[in-house]
Design a protein around this ligand. Structure first.
Ligand code: ADP
Ligand code: MG
Length: 450
């Protein structure tokens, strides 16, 4: 990184202090990994699934509700690890996220209907659909599970405690859409299933998008030790976004605290809040507003636009971090044109870039801790294996993948190179369709494992 010519000593000190707060050193990495492994061993539980081997075939609908977008897909599995996918994406507005659940599910039913019309596929016969629903659920069967709590800025009323598939079926009935939901999975489980279809060495599915979470394949030995029923493989949905809400190892900066306080779920999902796309922009924004307020950035001048809550979003950080021009022209455009900040100096923009990098780097390092904890727990450091990762943060944030891998090297040494981090694009949709396929083809066997 280029040397910054600070305009004053107090500016340099303030920025250095902030960067310090976002820094996670080697010792801290190890502390977090150890605590994570300890916590994991406490709470293993999840439904059992078969892991795909690439021979599956058939055509299924899938629905993916991740947090930012809704995707409706039709997926055809050809066997031999190949598939074809048709899909449409719909944005979920804030009013849908925070209104009554019937409005949210009616919207979903409408989207499915529209998709089927575009597909030219409106039949009288009922189509089977797999639903990727990426919020914490107490799942009791492949097509049954009660919502435990909303996350990622959702708060739709009268939904917590209710069966998610039932709420969707009610909306499908209201809207007369001939679709039956036969399976529900979490996006992490979907990603794991989908990636295993393509690559049988897959041990884990990870989400780095609006939120963050992972699912992995537990070893039989551990399952026996815990007296869990079931034969074959077992998938554990970690819900790692809620890791260390007790703050035994996580340290929050004042900027994280402010984000948490203003969130819909204060005190919850702290790990997720330090890592994922819904939050990084807000944390960065909090830092920048603090510096402006202390007259240490933009000569103390902000704008109405920049003062708005939620003005800075995570994709903005990507633009700023990727800006390799000498005068940080892209950052200038963003700050002065989009955010209407009266004037920025090169120093201002360099500081903004440095802050963005620090917030992004911390997120990648924390993700690496969680990933390595699972790898260590499974004892597979020496084995060539794949991790399927889905989510726009991993896909588009410059440096995230590199920082994640570098940090894994710090934790695991050369063994980190045995673990392939692979983009699992569309993973959650494809996985839901695979779950639907299993649920239909293999229903008896499937449910007996639950
Ligand atoms: P979901 O998690 O809802 O399935 P995505 O995987 O697309 O959806 O993740 C959406 C999140 O990714 C949003 O929070 C958004 O801020 C973030 N995001 C989108 N594009 C980028 C980008 N270019 N750089 C960094 N983050 C991004
Ligand atoms: Mg997703």
């Amino acid at each position: 990184m280029t040397l910054i010519e600070y305009s004053s000593e107090s500016q340099r000190i303030a920025v250095d202090e902030i960067i310090d707060q976002f820094t996670i050193d080697r010792d801290k990495l190890d502390e977090i990994v150890s605590h994570f492994i300890k916590e994991m061993r406490k709470g293993l539980n999840a439904p059992v699934k078969s892991i795909p081997n690439g021979t599956e075939n058939g055509t299924y609908l899938a629905l993916d509700l991740g947090g930012t977008n809704l995707r409706v897909c039709q997926i055809t599995f050809w066997g031999s690890g190949k598939l074809a996918i048709k899909q449409e994406k719909y944005e979920i507005s804030d009013s849908l996220k925070t209104g009554h659940h019937s409005q949210l599910f009616d919207f979903i039913a409408d989207c499915i209907h529209q998709f089927l019309i575009h597909l030219g596929d409106v039949h009288d016969s009922t189509l089977s659909l797999g639903f990727t629903f990426s919020f914490p659920v107490d799942q009791t069967a492949i097509h049954k599970g009660a919502l435990l709590r909303w996350t990622k800025g959702f708060s739709a009323a009268e939904a917590v405690g209710r069966d998610v598939v039932e709420m969707l079926h009610e909306a499908l009935e209201r809207k007369n859409v001939p679709v039956k939901v036969v399976a529900m999975v979490n996006d992490t489980v979907g990603t794991l299933l989908a990636h295993a279809y393509e690559n049988p060495t897959t041990i884990m599915g990870v989400i780095l998008g609006t939120g963050t979470n992972a699912a992995y394949v537990e070893k039989l030995d551990n399952i026996r030790k815990l007296n869990l029923n079931g034969s074959g493989d077992m998938i554990i949905n970690m819900e790692w976004g809620a890791f260390d809400n007790e703050r035994q190892v996580l340290r929050l900066t004042p900027y994280d605290e402010k984000l948490d306080q203003l969130s819909l779920n204060p005190g919850e999902q702290l790990f997720e809040k330090l890592i994922s796309g819904d939050y990084l922009g807000k944390i960065t924004h909090n830092v920048l507003l603090d510096l402006v307020g202390r007259n240490l950035l933009f000569s103390g001048r902000s704008s109405n636009k920049f003062d708005n809550i939620g003005a800075v979003r995570t994709p903005h950080m990507s633009i700023i971090e990727a800006d390799a021009t000498d005068d940080l022209a892209y950052a200038k455009q963003l700050l002065e044109v989009e955010f209407e900040i009266p004037e920025t100096t090169l120093t201002d923009r360099q500081i903004v870039q440095r802050i963005c990098c620090a917030v992004g780097l911390r997120a990648a390092r924390l993700s690496a801790c969680a990933l390595c904890a699972i790898i260590k727990h499974l004892g597979v450091e020496n084995q060539k294996s794949a991790v399927g990762i889905d989510g726009s943060l991993f896909e588009f944030h410059p440096g995230f993948k590199h920082n994640l891998k570098q940090t894994m090297r710090e934790i695991l040494g050369n063994n980190a190179d045995n673990i392939n981090l692979e983009q699992a694009r569309d993973g959650s949709g494809v996985g839901a369709a695979l779950a639907a396929l299993y649920a239909e083809k293999d229903h008896a066997d499937f449910s007996s494992q639950l």
